[in-house]
Ligand binder design. Structure first.
Ligand SMILES: NC(=O)c1ccc[n+]([C@@H]2O[C@H](COP(=O)([O-])OP(=O)(O)OC[C@H]3O[C@@H](n4cnc5c(N)ncnc54)[C@H](OP(=O)(O)O)[C@@H]3O)[C@@H](O)[C@H]2O)c1
Length: 160
């Protein structure tokens, strides 16, 4: 299992249910890396997807504690149920947020694709700072890229 996230300098990942600053190339990167693999996503982050709908052409496992149905998604109510839903996919599964789901699944992903955006908008949700976690190592810092004056890089962290 892998995580995919875009973080600002303070490892903030969003505010008021959305991402205050998005790099278009990061959206493209998301599509390329996740391909047709299953994603595991929190109910709140799903609401921030285009049209509030699951992504097409791949299993969307949506975590919620509510008794609801979501068209185009597999609704699960616990981490255990999420793991069961992706059991046949091995490592080819992406946890894509938000904060509560990244935290709940932290023990399960071995790799994190972290888009580091050199900006500091105020966030109210965060990803764990992997630079301060001895269990994680940046194995590929990516090269520095730039969008409208904002520098960013696609980094890979692996659990050591
Ligand atoms: N920068 C990035 O890469 C990135 C990626 C994703 C999201 N984000 C940002 O993150 C923010 C959303 O994060 P969030 O933490 O507020 O919401 P979230 O993790 O997307 O969704 C939270 C909801 O998921 C359900 N849930 C979470 N853990 C669960 C568990 N263990 N069992 C059952 N259900 C569970 C609950 O749904 P119910 O309330 O329905 O019970 C909970 O309210 C937004 O600002 C978004 O833009 C950023």
């Amino acid at each position: 299992m892998k995580a995919l996230v875009a973080v600002y300098e303070d490892w903030g990942i969003g505010r008021d249910g959305t991402q205050p600053l998005v790099i278009p190339a990061d959206r493209k990167f998301f599509r390329e890396i996740t391909g047709s693999s299953p994603i595991i996503v929190g109910r709140r982050t799903l609401e921030d997807f285009p049209g509030g709908r699951p992504l097409k052409n791949r299993p969307n496992i949506v975590l919620t504690r509510q008794d609801i149905e979501i068209e185009g998604a597999i609704v699960v109510h616990s981490v255990e149920e999420a793991l069961e839903a992706v059991r046949d996919w091995g490592d080819d599964v992406f946890v894509v947020g938000g904060e509560s789901v990244f935290n709940a699944m932290l023990g399960y992903y071995k790799r994190a694709y972290v888009t580091k955006i050199a900006a500091n908008p105020v966030s109210d949700v965060f990803f764990p700072n992997l630079d301060q976690d001895p269990e994680w190592k940046c194995t590929d810092p990516g090269r520095e890229l730039e969008h409208e004056g904002i520098k960013y890089r696609f980094c890979i962290y692996d659990r050591v």
